[in-house]
Design a protein around this ligand. Structure first.
Ligand code: 13P
Length: 396
């Protein structure tokens, strides 16, 4: 619940409040307030960062803005670079990420950027800290904290997400380095079940991660990606999504996660990628909003969708359709592929193309900003932007 003190202070983060080097709070044990004598016998706890978490989440969920996901692991970034004929070296990753964070005016449309650990500690090719460049652009730096997917023993060939060991100390260090929010992506596969075990494991892992993030001043982005893989229709996706989000919110509550200080990163409710019946943006919006209304409390400030292999234009049209009427939450984007695709291809690893590539990213960011406001028309889009990017068994 928002504390009374919040009402007296600015509801969003002042830039000076999230600059790198801000004093780090005391460790967990001395800052978490435990009230052991509640009459019911229940202990009530709250992170000392509560007010700041609410402000960070509201800043990211601000009108007309969304998140640039640029947190591809080195392996995934290597695949992107290979698609334009570049080697997967640190220098090439740095050059590409420099191009992204230095797009002039990006902060008008982008409120947060999710970084991979290498980028959080990296400088641009001109020697400025990537984090400092983002802050100057009025963009909150975030960090991918999960350690990736591995096979889930005892399941139907499903996966679970690693990364809880040592997460508290890593999160404290990330905060000190300037990160103010975190991302943990786990996946649920419809063709492989999903088994009750896989759904429970995904939900529990997300909830533990969210609690640990909040204790360390990072707003957790909760991302149970329901993969597009499969021939199933949209009704089956809806059914699975209802089950997944029910479990996620159950375990978030069990772990005393403060809902006002989280952000969600769901998949849109669509048919499976190999389903013959395709859905219109209106159908995707209707199903997805119905899911959100049934499962997501209005105290959650922002729903930042992933693009999941949709084309750039499709992802923007679907977001626009969801914003045709007011929603209880800020409904926006946290796209990687659907923001970066044309930009990457335009760059092609050639210094002379940097400006054109930056313009391509700004076009997508602006289109999605308009979609967040429900004002995107879809006019004048390139053929490249209409190409789907679905890859079976996609890892991040
Ligand atoms: P896509 O938008 O490419 O699906 O990426 C989503 C994601 O999880 C990145 O954080």
């Amino acid at each position: 619940m928002a504390s009374a003190s919040l009402l007296k202070t600015s509801p969003v983060l002042d830039k000076s409040e999230w600059v790198k080097g801000k004093a780090v709070r005391e460790p967990f044990a001395s800052t978490v307030r435990i009230h052991p004598v509640a009459p019911s016998g229940l202990a009530v706890r709250a992170s000392s960062y509560a007010d700041e978490l609410v402000k960070t989440a509201k800043t990211i969920a601000s009108p007309g803005r969304g998140i640039l996901a640029m947190d591809e692991s080195n392996a995934t970034c290597g695949k992107r670079l290979a698609s334009i004929g570049l080697e997967n070296t640190e220098a090439n990753r740095q050059a590409y990420r420099t191009l992204l964070v230095t797009v002039p005016g990006l902060g008008q449309y982008v409120s947060g950027a999710i970084l991979f650990e290498e980028t959080l500690y990296q400088s641009t090719v001109d020697g400025k800290k990537m984090v400092d460049v983002l802050v100057e652009q009025n963009i909150v730096p975030g960090i991918k904290v999960d350690k990736g997917l591995v096979p889930l023993a005892g399941s139907n060939d499903e996966s679970w997400c690693q990364g809880l060991d040592g997460l508290a100390s890593r999160s404290a260090a990330y905060y000190q380095q300037g990160a103010r929010f975190a991302k943990w992506r786990t996946v649920v596969s419809i063709p492989n079940g999903p088994s009750a075990l896989a759904v429970k494991e995904a939900a529990w892992g997300l909830a533990r991660y969210a609690a640990i993030s909040q204790d360390n001043g990072l707003v957790p982005i909760v991302e149970p990606e329901i993969l597009l893989d499969g021939e199933h229709g949209i009704d089956r996706t809806f059914e699975v999504a209802q089950k997944v989000w029910a479990e996620v919110f159950y375990y978030l509550a069990v772990n005393n996660v403060m809902f006002e200080g989280i952000l969600l990163k769901p998949s849109m409710v669509t048919p499976g990628a190999e389903c013959k019946d395709r859905a219109t943006p209106q159908q995707v919006a209707d199903y997805t909003l119905k899911l959100l209304h049934r499962r997501i409390p209005p105290s959650v400030p922002g729903i930042m969708f992933l693009s999941g292999g949709q084309s750039e234009v499709e992802a923007t049209l679907n977001l626009n359709a969801m914003n045709q009427a007011p929603n209880p939450w800020h409904v926006s984007f946290s796209y990687a592929r659907a923001l970066q695709n044309t930009c990457l291809k335009t760059w092609g690893g050639t210094p002379e193309n940097v400006k054109a590539a930056q313009e391509a990213l700004l076009i997508r960011a602006k289109a999605n900003s308009l979609a967040q406001l429900g004002k995107y028309t879809g006019e004048g889009e390139s053929e490249e932007a209409k190409k789907g990017m679905f890859v079976k068994g996609y890892v991040y």
